[in-house]
Design a protein around this ligand. Sequence first.
Ligand SMILES: Nc1ncnc2c1ncn2[C@@H]1O[C@H](COP(=O)(O)OP(=O)(O)OP(=O)(O)O)[C@@H](O)[C@H]1O
Ligand SMILES: [Mg+2]
Length: 249
Amino acid sequence: MRVVKIGGSVISMLEELWRSDGISSLMDNTVIVHGGSRHVDELSRKLGIKVEKLTSPSGVTFRRTTREVLDVYVAALMKANREIVEFLRSQGINAIGLSGLDRGLIIGQRKKLIKAVINGKVVAIRDDYSGVIKQINTDALSEYMKVGIPVIASIAYDPVENVPLNVDGDKVAYHIALAMRAKELYFLSDTAFLANGRVVPEIPVEKIGDYMAYARGGMRKKLMMAKKAIESGIDSVVIEGLNGRTVIY
Ligand SMILES: Nc1ncnc2c1ncn2[C@@H]1O[C@H](COP(=O)(O)OP(=O)(O)OP(=O)(O)O)[C@@H](O)[C@H]1O
Ligand SMILES: [Mg+2]
């Protein structure tokens, strides 16, 4: 089987991607996972809710997920979910819209302490509703796959605190691929991996470290997940955009 992660950045371009090349051929024996950063930004703007972007001591930027932002996150991701399901159904695909809460598909644990650098100082944040992924309900997922294509929003469920959690879509895709023993992991995004402005067509896993210097933000996470995926026995990871594809093996 394969896992296809649809980036929040491409939901509005699904039709183009579908026509341009092979994503229609990826819709068999597949689980779809998606993000939705742009949907979260748009909805919070509409609602007038300020979303803080923070930087961790190691230099990774992230969205501060207060209880208020969590509500926006869940609503925005489910809107993204409906858009993907609508699109797939219009193409004749029997898509099933889900999130990690449904039947505990993605079990997470809230991060009780997050460190961020604010005005040059390291600050402890304890009211954040983002989490780490603990478990994937593979039995439930296999059942859904028998009747259609599961489309899973990147929201985890924390059974200890009984809350939904913000979890990163690339990480969810990696964890599902691992748990389901997927052969392939696809990241559909607005671009393939670029170095000096050019698409890099192939990267053997032992070379990922060399290419890391070219990757920022969301792309860094994809390369990191790709490395872990290949090292865990997944055959290939593809980062695909309208400008081409990068195959990591
Ligand atoms: N070397 C690179 N090659 C290509 N893109 C890069 C590179 N370095 C940084 N990027 C950025 O990474 C972005 C893709 O990651 P991003 O997290 O924004 O998208 P996504 O994961 O598809 O969406 P979402 O996070 O909403 O699910 C690109 O739009 C680009 O701005
Ligand atoms: Mg991303």
